[in-house]
Design a protein around this ligand. Structure first.
Ligand SMILES: *Cc1c(COP(=O)(O)O)cnc(C)c1O
Length: 458
């Protein structure tokens, strides 16, 4: 709590500028959205697509309002960005106040307190009590790039390792680090070299224990690269775009032990899983994993662009003065918003809210699984829950991916005012990535729509 907030302010129920309910008043997309879509086609690159072409005018809490007056329950949160809720009041207040004071100086020319405060908060809340340092940048991919740069400088080694089903971004290096070529990389090469893709832990499909999966990963890395050439291993503690794949117990800590023994920097890509989303500040904590470096982005600033690399002081300080930076990195307004995000998570017990959301969502999805044999797996932690869909009758045999059902369910839900996202290498995962403001009543409402959607599949 800052000294300007009173306890009454921080304990008051959140204020929403939009009623927290779903409401469909036109066809989806409505006429105004369709008109905007035509204007867009004339000026926006065809390479930029939109999952649901309804144009949003306002947002609050867990609800989006489009230009035609339709209200959607938002189970995507801009891919896990508005984790503490859309236009959260503390974020709005902090950013507005910062806009009056100073919008930009460039921290590498004339610094300001808000950047330092975010670095202090990241040092305090990322796993481990060791001395830490942070660099702030603009996007998740830029955080990945900087993590790799720093690890290479510290180790003096060249190679970068990632896991199968990983997603790390859309820049040249991160395109090479993704598992899926399409749509992220197809035709956009040549790509950065020295990137090695090792097997992951995917309990639903490989059935391996954490120890056995880690042994497989390590064996691959020893043969394909050799530890002495390996600068870093970059891992999402829960894979996001890959379909909310939760690794088996012991997988991550076994890899960290191997990395430490061999001088490899192990980097947690917490860009989607971090910042309270899973009911801990960072998802690594669920696995007892203390990474060398932690990457944050998405949820860190309540919707403003900000990202960071935080980690062991001796690794982070291996970069020479002037070696890290960028024009907009750690922008004052984004930093002020991030400070407000940390405060709101604390003041409103949002870690507890994530646990509540997990309980409500998984119980509802278990009820659906009992009735629909397309649901092969239910997994995830906190407000990061997914179902993996398979072809009818294959749930206990081949688990054949069912992307068509996911596509149909996402479309059905959108028509009925629920925004859901797909995921997964095979496109057969339906993910629930709501803001922590979503109430149990809204979750139950969305589950009813999903139930109707499954029924409509026939
Ligand atoms: C979104 C994401 C990124 C890339 O972040 P951008 O801000 O889109 O560059 C990297 N890693 C993970 C795990 C992500 O979910």
């Amino acid at each position: 709590m800052t000294d300007t907030q009173t306890p009454a302010e921080t304990t008051a129920a959140p204020v929403y500028t939009v009623p927290q309910e779903r409401r469909i008043v036109t066809a989806i997309p409505g006429p105004k959205s369709q008109a905007l879509h035509e204007r867009r086609a004339a000026v926006v690159s065809a390479g930029v697509s939109s999952a649901l072409p309804v144009y949003i005018e306002r947002a609050s809490g867990a609800v989006l309002v489009d230009v035609d007056g339709n209200q959607f329950l938002d189970f995507g949160a801009g891919i896990g960005v508005t984790t503490i809720g859309h236009t959260e009041e503390n974020v709005v207040r902090a950013a507005a106040s910062q806009l009056q004071d100073v919008i930009h100086t460039l921290f590498t020319i004339t610094p300001y307190e808000e950047y330092v405060r975010v670095a202090e908060l990241l040092a305090e809340h990322t796993p481990g009590t060791h001395a830490k340092r942070t660099v702030l940048v603009n996007s998740g991919a830029e955080a990945v790039e900087n993590g790799v740069k720093i690890a290479r400088k510290f180790t003096g080694r060249r190679a970068v390792a990632v896991l199968d089903h990983a997603y790390h971004g859309r820049t040249n290096l991160t395109m090479a680090m993704n598992f899926k070529a399409h749509p992220y990389a197809t035709g956009f090469g040549p790509f950065a070299g020295d990137v090695y893709h090792a097997p992951n832990s995917y309990p639903y499909r490989d059935g391996l224990s954490g120890a056995d999966a880690a042994a497989r990963t390590i064996s691959y890395l020893e043969k394909a690269v050799g530890a002495s050439d390996l600068a870093c291993l970059v891992v999402e503690p829960i894979q996001g775009e890959g379909g909310f794949i939760v690794p088996a117990e012991g997988f991550l800590t076994t890899l960290q032990t191997w990395c430490t023994e061999h001088g490899v920097v192990m980097i947690a890509d917490e860009i989607q899983s971090g910042m309270a989303r899973t009911g801990t500040w960072f998802a690594s904590e669920h696995f007892g994993w203390i990474p060398d470096l932690v990457l944050s982005a998405k949820g860190i600033a309540g919707g403003l662009p900000l990202a960071g690399v935080t980690g062991r002081a001796e690794i982070m300080d291996a970069a020479h003065a002037g070696g890290l930076g960028g024009t907009f990195g750690g922008n004052p307004v984004a930093c002020a918003a991030a400070v407000a995000v940390f405060e709101s998570i604390e003041a409103n017990d949002l870690l507890g809210e994530a646990a509540r959301i997990e309980a409500t969502l998984t119980a509802g999805l278990e009820r659906l699984r009992a009735r629909y044999d397309l649901i092969g797996d239910i997994r995830g932690i906190g407000a990061m829950i997914a179902i993996e869909l398979v072809q009818p009758g294959t749930r206990d045999t081949t688990k054949a991916p069912n992307a068509e059902a996911v596509t149909a369910l996402v479309a059905y839900a959108a028509q009925h005012g629920v925004l859901l996202l797909n995921a997964g290498t095979f496109g057969n995962v339906l993910r629930f990535l709501p803001s922590l403001a979503v109430t149990d009543a809204l979750i139950d409402d969305a589950l009813r729509v999903l139930d109707d959607g499954f029924a409509a599949l026939g």
